[in-house]
Design a protein around this ligand. Structure first.
Ligand code: NAD
Length: 413
């Protein structure tokens, strides 16, 4: 697999070149501002000690505190964390929320750890990164294998160290300690608004448009539910265990129930079973990758038959695959736009925590829709003006915003 940090820097260099960005800004923005590497010693249930490696990267804070998730996974590396922190800078800038980009992770396998071990690891990691996080510095959130409970432990540890309650130190918390209504569904909902915006822009009716979805977790399920309700036909879905396909459309409510009960979409009855990755190659109006990075590579991009790909996952298409898709005339709606609903509602959660004033679900989704619509219009406008792809336009828009903030602030000393 290509190195994610090399991909992120290559994407930046291309966009900076197209923008004619000043040399000093180019040099500054292509590096992370600060990266912390910590040892996280944890007493395991059997009495032994294990030392995990944890990271927190803050790519840029010119527009506001760093923002980004924390990942627990055996494949976490410094390069991955730094790349994801750069993508977070661009994602926050595309939707114009006043945050910079951050990301963290611990190289561990949470699937083999007990709840107690995960809690002790989380609390020690929080203590180790305490100095650089905080509501005005850097605000973590859930990512792969971390959830509302992990955020609650981070919030609690940070609050104990601070001697007061600090709910705004993380987002994606349980509702009972300052989470926001609508945060759970926010990324899927953002994907849904993005797709509506796309067909409106193309002046095409959405009735009966077909969709295939790779990955049926938080993002995939929420996007599918909202899209089906509006008349889209979800004809194929996959998860890590396999794929199902029915050109007449799947019943998403039934499929969600089955996925919750047996954990496998392939237990859904009224559909043909397919090998897992075949879902990527079925004919559909829209393909939504909502699983992991690098799902579409130079080795399989040629087989894609969808007209449009809406990136719900972070980085599902490699750079080489992107070029192949462009040559085939397939439109890609990029991750930093399509999957920005989650960070947008995280921003709302942070605002509500600071104000200690909580919004209704309706208020949250109305504000989310307005931000997603404005971001989509801005990206399309720039793509038309500069005659570039939506990915290039989103990146250029984001880099322009971050560069402008950096330029105004100047260079210290
Ligand atoms: P999740 O863990 O809830 O769901 C992931 C799904 O992908 C699961 O159904 C899993 O079975 C499936 N999957 C894994 N490997 C697969 C494969 N090879 N083929 C098919 N399916 C596979 O995760 P999520 O929160 O839905 O996140 C999905 C993606 O969206 C990730 O890339 C994540 O970084 C990105 N994202 C999530 C959020 C958020 O708020 N949750 C925000 C922005 C971006």
């Amino acid at each position: 697999m290509e190195n994610p940090w090399e991909i992120a820097q290559k994407q930046f260099d291309n966009a900076a070149e197209k923008l004619g960005l000043q040399e000093w800004l180019r040099l500054k923005l292509r590096e992370p501002r600060r990266v912390l590497i910590v040892s996280v010693p944890v007493r395991m249930d059997d009495g032994s000690l294990q030392v995990f490696t944890g990271y927190r990267s803050q790519h840029n804070t010119a527009r506001g505190p760093a923002k980004g998730g924390i990942r627990y996974h055996p494949d976490v590396t410094l390069d991955e964390v730094v790349a994801l922190s750069m993508w977070m800078t661009w994602k926050c800038a595309v939707v114009n929320v006043p945050f910079g980009g951050g990301k963290g992770g611990i190289r561990c396998n949470p699937k083999t750890m007990s709840v107690g071990e995960i809690e002790r690891m989380t609390r020690r990691y929080t203590a180790e990164i305490f100095d650089i996080i905080g509501p005005e510095k850097d605000i973590p959130a859930p990512d792969v294998n971390t959830d509302a409970q992990v955020m609650a432990w981070i919030m609690d540890t940070y609050s104990v160290f601070s001697g007061r309650n600090v709910p705004g130190v993380v987002t994606g918390k349980p509702l009972d300690i300052g989470g926001s209504a609508g945060r759970d569904e926010a990324t899927g909902r953002g994907v849904y608004y993005t797709i509506l915006n796309y067909f409106k822009y193309k002046k095409e009716s959405i009735e009966g448009k077909t969709i295939t979805i790779q990955g049926f977790g938080n993002v995939g399920q929420h996007a599918a539910t909202l899209l089906e309700k509006d008349g889209f036909k979800i004809i194929g879905v996959s998860d890590s265990t396999g794929a199902i396909y029915n050109p007449a459309g799947l019943n998403i409510n039934e499929l969600k129930e089955i996925k919750t009960k047996t954990k496998k979409v392939t237990d859904y009855k009224d559909a043909e079973k397919l090998p897992r990755d075949e879902i990527l190659f079925e004919k559909a109006d829209i393909l939504i990758p909502s699983a992991l990075e690098a799902a579409i590579t130079k080795d399989n991009a040629d087989k894609i038959k969808a007209r449009v790909i809406c990136e719900a996952a972070n980085g599902p298409i490699t750079i080489d695959a992107d070029s192949i898709l462009r040559e085939k005339g397939i439109t890609v709606i990029p991750d930093i736009l399509a999957s920005a609903g989650g960070v947008t509602v995280s921003y709302f959660e942070w605002l509500q925590n600071i104000q200690s004033f909580y919004w209704t679900h309706q208020q949250v989704i109305e504000k989310l829709e307005a931000i997603m619509n404005t971001a989509f219009d801005s990206v399309v406008h720039l793509a038309e003006e500069k005659k570039v792809t939506l990915r290039e336009a989103a990146l250029m828009l984001a880099i322009l915003r971050v560069a402008e903030s950096s330029r105004c602030r100047g260079l210290y000393p």
